[in-house]
Design a protein around this ligand. Structure first.
Ligand code: GUN
Length: 313
């Protein structure tokens, strides 16, 4: 059996196309487009790429998107000051601080910075109040990648209600909000992590398996129930030739890409899982385009939340 490939690029494009009329209506009413302010600290190569795609996609969808760049040497105070400027801006409805922040800012830096983002502009849904709303099941802004996974499942006709979903990874950005969104869709949810005993056996119970750990090719067929839906959230940049050679045979497309570029973007799921899964997201072209589509959708939602008052009865 060969898994059905779930096309995140097509679903992402469909979401972005659907946003257009509402973006145009907002722009006509307010005399300006919905606005997103992105803060990028330092020069992490992966973050540069992601932020570039976010800015480009926002512009293509008729949104305003501005980048505030700070050097890797910026202090926590300077990062928070950039957030406060966007909080006070009339033209920015949504704020995103690209993660990860430079390690020199300290382990708690992301938490401190997120705490300063205005709740209604917190496009990632990372602020404690938005996390609380997600836990309670009445959110407007939820983390973009997990929200995109739900859209992909829905639009691919993969049922969630009553299914056993296993999420590998417990990050604030993906694992935890993913588990909550699946729970709110009435899945039975298990969260696994590095201390989980017999992880392959737990993962094998999943009808829907979400891998979000950032370890290339970690999930092998031993982790997958035949026919399961496998969602690969990993995007590791791999330059290790021995690892690439052990996974992709000579002459394969991916191996050729590695030979040309000297590195590959790899997911958490081993390619041999394609032989056992029922449905699978590729990397690249799976979850990545959905993260961006949901960022644009959340930017519009944040803008509408600020300015479009609900009709009163
Ligand atoms: N870095 C990787 N994914 C994300 C995301 O969804 N939001 C932010 N702010 N940073 C990220």
């Amino acid at each position: 059996m060969s898994a059905r490939m779930l096309d995140g690029t097509a679903v992402g494009l469909a979401i972005r196309t659907e946003l257009r009329p509402a973006v145009e209506a907002f722009t006509a009413t307010l005399g300006r487009p919905p606005g997103l302010g992105i803060v990028l600290v330092g020069n992490d190569a992966g973050s540069e790429l992601y932020v570039g795609s976010k800015l480009k996609s926002a512009a293509e969808s008729g949104l305003r998107a501005d980048l505030t760049r700070l050097p890797a040497t910026a202090s926590l105070g300077e990062v928070i000051a950039a957030v406060e400027r966007l909080n006070a801006s009339d033209v920015h409805d949504a704020i995103l601080v690209q993660s990860p922040l430079p390690a020199a800012l300290g382990a708690e830096a992301e938490r401190h910075v997120v705490d300063h983002i205005a709740v209604e502009k917190d496009v990632d849904g990372f602020h404690p109040i938005n996390v609380g709303r997600l836990v309670q099941g009445h959110w407007t802004l939820a983390a973009c990648t997990p929200s995109g996974v739900i859209e992909l499942l829905d639009r691919s006709g993969i049922p969630i209600v009553g299914k056993h979903a296993v999420v590998i990874g417990r990050s604030d950005i993906v694992g935890k909000p993913m588990a909550l969104l699946l729970l709110h869709r009435h899945a039975t949810v298990t969260i696994c992590h590095s201390k989980t005993v017999d992880l392959p056996a737990v993962a094998r119970q999943a009808d829907i398996l979400v891998a979000a750990i950032g370890r290339p090719a970690f999930v092998t067929p031993a982790y997958v129930k035949p026919g399961a839906t496998v969602i690969d959230v990993g995007t590791s940049r791999v330059g290790d030739r021995a690892l690439v050679e052990s996974i992709f045979p000579a002459g394969s497309k991916r191996r050729d890409a590695f030979e040309r570029r000297g590195a590959l973007t790899m997911g958490d799921v081993h390619p041999s899982v394609e032989e056992i899964a029922g449905a699978l997201t590729p990397v690249p072209g799976g979850v990545g385009p959905l993260t961006i589509a949901m960022l644009l959708k959340n930017t519009l939602a944040a803008a509408e939340q600020r300015f479009v008052k609900p009709a009163t009865s």
